[in-house]
Design a protein around this ligand. Structure first.
Ligand SMILES: Cc1cc2nc3c(=O)[nH]c(=O)nc-3n(C[C@H](O)[C@H](O)[C@H](O)COP(=O)(O)O)c2cc1C
Length: 245
């Protein structure tokens, strides 16, 4: 894409400039801002028919995740986890979904990390999945609780030993002096257990269950008239409603 408007007339600071070299040595100035404005695609692959949706959103979620996995989407189980701290300030990061249970969504992390602290103060979270090739998004909101220790022990024991060592070595979210500090921590723990050995789960590492109170399925459609179906917890079941895009 070529944008011919000179950068200076856009009044943009230098850091917003993006100058790709075009074959034939013609340098075309393109602003990232304008490139972002121009980036759009029409979604036309699928649609949502409430009549074809499972009554249980966990079942529906599994079906969508399986489709994403079968398409070999990179990290189909990667989800954005949003939390808030004690003063209501939001934060978000990507984590991996590790289990789907009838009661909710499980991920593992460091209990002493920023997210761990936030979840201790405010045990509620939102999860977002985006599967680009399917033009789909899933949003989940719910309460969060830690898994029982025995369940975290079981999962920790199933991880490759280097992942176990890394989990024990990383004081997640804390400031490090430099990368060497982290490597030294890793090497010291590796010495104690050997590469074939096993570690006990650190008390600061374990699982969380997000128990959903709402799950929204979003399917991209033509002309931005997307489909959105939201399941809301109601008594022992779920109420399904269609939302405007
Ligand atoms: C694809 C991907 C998967 C990740 N999976 C996890 C995970 O399962 N658990 C975890 O604690 N951090 C995971 N991370 C790292 C987190 O995004 C984050 O950097 C880390 O948990 C610290 O977050 P916090 O400081 O907000 O607590 C992952 C990052 C990426 C990009």
């Amino acid at each position: 894409m070529k944008l011919r408007q000179p950068l200076r007339t856009l009044g943009l600071p230098c850091r917003d400039r993006w100058r790709p070299r075009i074959r034939g040595c013609v340098a075309v100035e393109v602003t990232l801002v304008n490139a972002l404005h121009a980036m759009r695609r029409d979604y036309a692959e699928h649609h949502l028919d409430p009549g074809m949706f499972a009554e249980d959103p966990m079942k529906q979620f599994k079906a969508w995740l399986e489709e994403a996995r079968d398409l070999e989407i990179l990290e189909p189980n990667a989800m954005t986890l949003a939390t808030v701290d004690g003063s209501g300030c939001p934060d978000a990061r990507v984590v991996l979904l590790k289990e789907i249970r009838p009661t909710g969504f499980v991920f593992f992390s460091n209990y002493a990390s920023s997210k761990g602290e936030q979840l201790r103060c405010q045990p509620r979270a939102a999860l977002v999945f985006f599967w680009d090739r399917l033009e789909r998004q899933v949003r989940i909101v719910g309460s969060v609780e830690r898994l029982p220790n025995e369940e975290s022990d079981r999962y920790f024991a199933s991880r490759p030993v280097r992942s176990q060592i890394a989990a024990a070595a990383s004081p997640q979210s804390r400031v490090l002096l430099d990368r060497r500090e982290l490597q030294a921590r890793f090497d010291a723990i590796a010495l104690t257990c050997g590469t074939e050995g096993r570690l006990d789960r650190p008390a600061t590492w374990g699982g969380y269950l997000v128990a959903p109170r709402s799950i929204e399925f979003w399917q991209g459609r033509r002309s931005r008239l997307h489909d959105r179906l939201r399941y809301m917890r109601e008594n022992d079941g779920w109420r399904i409603e269609r939302l405007a895009p």
